[in-house]
Design a protein around this ligand. Structure first.
Ligand code: FAD
Ligand code: SIN
Length: 526
C-alpha cells in the first residue's frame, strides 16, 4: 500500500507537532509515530522551557549562558535565532491551549536550572512535557489536514538514486499489522527525537533508539557531534524505577547533592556548586561514586518542607513516595543516566539537511544550538522554534518539491522468514547498551573506544547478515539503528583528541582550541 502527502513528518513530539501545525496551513500532512501518538521524550520533560520572559532577563544573558554551556562549539547564529524567537513560540503555545504554572500575581512562574544565571524556565509543575504534548496534540486534532499514523515505524528513507545527490521522497514504514507500506512526501521531516536507549541507563522512553540519525546516515546525510551525549546527573536510583528523572529544577530550587556520609561535594568541582553545567555535575557524581565505591549519591531536599515539595513537584514527590522514599524527610538516591543527544543530522537554520527533500528538527538535528553541551530546558525551545522555522521556509516553495514521477517500488520482502531466534536480538541489544555504558560513557579513553569500535564492527556485521534473512520487526529495526548510532558516537568520540563539554577522555584531559574548535562531521557513501 502506498500513501502520498505533501509533508511527511516522522515523529509526534514537540518538534514534529510544531512543524505539522504550521505546515497544515499549506498542504496535507502525515505524522508517523512509532508507538502511541504521545510517546516520546517530549511527554516526559519535567523542568520546562527556557525563554526570556521576565523583564529582569535579557536575550544577551540567555545567549551567553547557552554559549558558555556549549563550551565553544555552539553556532552563534543558531543560538541567536532560537533565543530571540523563543518567547514568541512560547506565547503561541499558550495561545494554542498550553497551561503553565502561574505565580500568585497571574504571571508565569519562572524556575531556575543549572548554568542559567536567571530564573527563566516556564513550567507546568514538574510535568511540563505532558502539558506541551497534550496542547499540541489537541491543536493538531482541530486540523483536518493532519493525519496521524500511530504504531508506524519508519524503517528506511526512500531515495531517488538517479539524481547526483540522492533526493529523499519518503520512507518505508512498518505498520502495527506487520505490513510494510510506502509513504511518499514532497518533503520528509525527521523529528524522531534522541537515542538514549543506546545506553544501558537512560532517562529516555523505549522509542528513543536514534532511528532518524541512523536512517539519515544510511542515506548519506551529514551527521555531526555524536560524541556529545549528555548524561543527566540525577536519575532515581531504585531497582524498579525505570528511566525516572529527578529534575534539575530541584537543584534550581535549592536541592543539595550529598555523599552517603552527608558531606556536600559540588563546591569542590564548580563555583556554582549544584548549579554548575550538567557535564560538570554528572562527572563530579561519577568521580565521587568511583572514589567512595557507593552506587549512588543523594539529592537532599528535606530543608524545603513538605508543603512546598508536594505542590511544586507533584509528580516527583508522588513517584518517590510510590518507591518508598519520602523526599520531605529523606534524601533521594540518584545516579547519572544518558539523557540528550546534542549532535545529530546536520541542518541549517531552517532544518535543511545535506540531502534534498530531507529536513531534520528537534533532538534528531544538529542545528548548532547546543555545541558540546546543552543548556537545560533549551531543547523544548529548540523544537518549538525549528518546527516553526522549517515549515515556514518550505511552505512558499512547496510546489518546487516534486513527487517522484513514478511510485517507488514496494519494500522487497525477498525470502525473509519469521525468526525463531528472538534471543539473538535481545542479546545484541543488551551487549550494545552495556558496551556503550562501560566504554563510551561519562569518562572515556582511547583504549576503551578502540575496543568498542572493534566489537561494534562485529555486531553490525552480524546484524547486517540476519537483517535481510528475517521478517522485519520493530525490535530488529531498532537494533540495527542503535548499532548504527553507537558506531557514530564511537566514531566521533575517537576522532576528537581532546576533552570538551560532554566528551571527556583520560588520554586528552584538556580542551584544545587550537586543533578542535570545530564540529566532528561524518557521512558515508549512500
Ligand atoms: P520526541 O519528543 O522524542 O519525539 C520523537 C517522536 O519520533 C516520537 O513520536 C516517536 O514515536 C517518533 N519516532 C521515533 N522513531 C520513529 C520511527 N522510526 N518511525 C516513526 N516515528 C518515530 N528538555 C527541555 O527543554 N526541558 C525539559 O524539562 C526536559 N526534560 C526532559 C526530561 C526527560 C525525562 C527527558 C527524556 C527529556 C527531557 N528534555 C527536556 C529533553 C526534551 O524532552 C527532548 O529533547 C524533546 O522533547 C525532543 O523532542 P522531539 O520532538 O525532537 O522528539
Ligand atoms: C530536567 O528537568 O532536569 C530536564 C531538563 C532538561 O533536560 O532540559
Amino acid at each position: 500500500m502506498s500513501h502520498r502527502f505533501d509533508f511527511l513528518v516522522l515523529g509526534g513530539g514537540v518538534a514534529g507537532l510544531s512543524f505539522a501545525l504550521e505546515a497544515a496551513r499549506h498542504g496535507s500532512v502525515a505524522v508517523l509515530t512509532k508507538r502511541a501518538r504521545h510517546e516520546g521524550n517530549t511527554q516526559y520533560a519535567q523542568g520546562g522551557v527556557a525563554a526570556v520572559i521576565s523583564p529582569a532577563d535579557s536575550f544577551e544573558e540567555h545567549i551567553e549562558d547557552t554559549l558558555i554551556a556549549g563550551a565553544g562549539l555552539c553556532h552563534r547564529d543558531a543560538v541567536e535565532v532560537t533565543i530571540r524567537e523563543g518567547p514568541a513560540r512560547v506565547k503561541e503555545l499558550i495561545a494554542r491551549g498550553a497551561e503553565f504554572t502561574r505565580a500568585a500575581d497571574g504571571e508565569l512562574d519562572l524556575t531556575r536550572e543549572g548554568a542559567h544565571r536567571k530564573r527563566r524556565v516556564v513550567h507546568a509543575g514538574d510535568m511540563t512535557g505532558r502539558e506541551v504534548e497534550r496542547a499540541l496534540l489537541a491543536a493538531c486534532d482541530e486540523q483536518p489536514n493532519i493525519v496521524f499514523f500511530p504504531d508506524t515505524t519508519a524503517i528506511d528513507l526512500i531515495r531517488d538514486r538517479n539524481a547526483r545527490t540522492p533526493t529523499v521522497h519518503g520512507v518505508y514504514a512498518l505498520r502495527a499489522n506487520g505490513t510494510i507500506e510506502t509513504f511518499v512526501g514532497r518533503v520528509t521531516i525527521l523529528a524522531t527525537g534522541g537515542a538514549g536507549k543506546v545506553y544501558l541507563y537512560t532517562t529516555n522512553p523505549d522509542v528513543a533508539t536514534g532511528d532518524g540519525v541512523a536512517m539519515a546516515y544510511r542515506a548519506g546525510a551529514q551527521i555531526a557531534n555524536m560524541e556529545f551525549y549528555q548524561f543527566h546527573p540525577t536519575a532515581l536510583f531504585h531497582p524498579e524505577a525505570k528511566n525516572f528523572l529527578i529534575s534539575e529544577a530541584l537543584r534550581g530550587e535549592g536541592g543539595k547533592l550529598r555523599l552517603k556520609s552527608g558531606e556536600r561535594f559540588m563546591d569542590r568541582y564548580h563555583p556554582l556548586a549544584e548549579l554548575g553545567p550538567r557535564d560538570v555535575v554528572a562527572r563530579a557524581i561519577d568521580a565521587e561514586m568511583k572514589r567512595t565505591g557507593d552506587e549512588f549519591v543523594y539529592l537532599d531536599m528535606t530543608h524545603l518542607g513538605r508543603a512546598f515539595l508536594a505542590e511544586r513537584f507533584p509528580n516527583i514527590y508522588s513517584t518517590c513516595r510510590a518507591f518508598g522514599i519520602d523526599m520531605a524527610v529523606q534524601p533521594i538516591p540518584v545516579v547519572p543516566a544518558a539523557h540528550f543527544q546534542c549532535g545529530g543530522v546536520v541542518t541549517d537554520l531552517f532544518g535543511r539537511t545535506s540531502l534534498p527533500g530531507l529536513y531534520a528538527i528537534g533532538e534528531v538535528a544538529c542545528t548548532g544550538l547546543h555545541g558540546a553541551n546543552r543548556l537545560a530546558s533549551n531543547s523544548l525551545l529548540e523544537g518549538l522554534v525549528f518546527g516553526h522555522r522549517a515549515a515556514n521556509a518550505i511552505a512558499p516553495e512547496l510546489r518546487s518539491f516534486a513527487f517522484p514521477r513514478e511510485d517507488p517500488p514496494p519494500w522487497d520482502v525477498g525470502s525473509a522468514v519469521a525468526s525463531d531466534e528472538a534471543v539473538v536480538v535481545t542479546q545484541n541489544w543488551d551487549e550494545i547498551r552495556r558496551l556503550m555504558w562501560n566504554f563510551v560513557g561519562i569518562v572515556r579513553s582511547s583504549k576503551r573506544l578502540m575496543r568498542a569500535h572493534r566489537r561494534l564492527d562485529m555486531l553490525r556485521e552480524e546484524i547486517r547478515e540476519y537483517y535481510w534473512r528475517f521478517q522485519v520487526t520493530r525490535d530488529v529495526v531498532e537494533l540495527r539503528n542503535i548499532a548504527d548510532v553507537a558506531h557514530l558516537i564511537v566514531e566521533c568520540a575517537s576522532r576528537r583528541k581532546e576533552s570538551r563539554g560532554l566528551h571527556y577522555t583520560i588520554d586528552y584531559p584538556s580542551k584544545d582550541d587550537h586543533n578542535w574548535l570545530h564540529d566532528t562531521i561524518v557521512s558515508r557513501e549512500p
